[in-house]
Design a binder for this molecule. Sequence first.
Ligand SMILES: O=C(O)CCC(=O)C(=O)O
Ligand SMILES: [Fe+2]
Length: 266
Amino acid sequence: MDEALLVASKFFELPTMEKVKLRSNDVHKPVRYGTSLKDGIDKVQFWRVFLKHCAHPLKEWIHLWPENPSDYREKMGRYCEEVKKLSLEVMMALIESLELDACTDLTKKVEDGMQVMAVNCYPPCPEPEIALGLPQHSDYSCLTILYQNYPGLEIMDLEDGTWKMVPHIPGALQVHVGDHFEVLSNGLYKSVVHRATLNKDNTRISITSLFSLGLDDTMETAEQLVDDQHPKKYKESSFRDFLNFLASNDIAEGKNFIDMLKINFN
Ligand SMILES: O=C(O)CCC(=O)C(=O)O
Ligand SMILES: [Fe+2]
């Protein structure tokens, strides 16, 4: 896993000329490099550079990944396959915990689903108290797996609304539930609200793997979890719906995908 962090650092250390070849603000591109969220477009900019790319099935995407550093594809590819396996184990356990039967169709869609990697780099920041690497958000995914080289990830404690720093344990992965799992579970699981904070001394790298269904597969609330006492709380949506939302909204202004999916009962 650490080799994935190392090769990610090596990518960000490349001359800007090399990296900007992949630069794009088009959120539908399968591989893109950028700064902040949508650089130059969103009103508020964040202290981050990133590389995003699709990763599953690996052979469909790997040829589009950076050729430089020369071992990027090999090392990041190995990491992607490892976390894909882990994500399936966790997803199966989560689905089982909802006691849903006859969900072979869902299992298959999860196995064949999208894996998007966000490789984030947060340079040291002279005034970390007044800036953020990424603003508060929840991920659109069913499940997200994150690996970091320094602490910085904070999650919102829903009980009291305070931020809690995720401890940095070398070698440990952070797994959290995203919007599409909240939808599936009809709100029994809540999508984790999180943000990336900064530090003065170190360049922080995080590798986020976002697992969802296929681009046009819709995630809907499990019928078994809906009855008279528990009405359906969310509209169905696909990963493509999220990308369209991202292209035309600024999450730093507090617009959340999950809020758009909530059914209003008033
Ligand atoms: O860098 C982090 O800790 C958070 C990254 C993140 O939330 C994301 O890529 O969606
Ligand atoms: Fe996130």
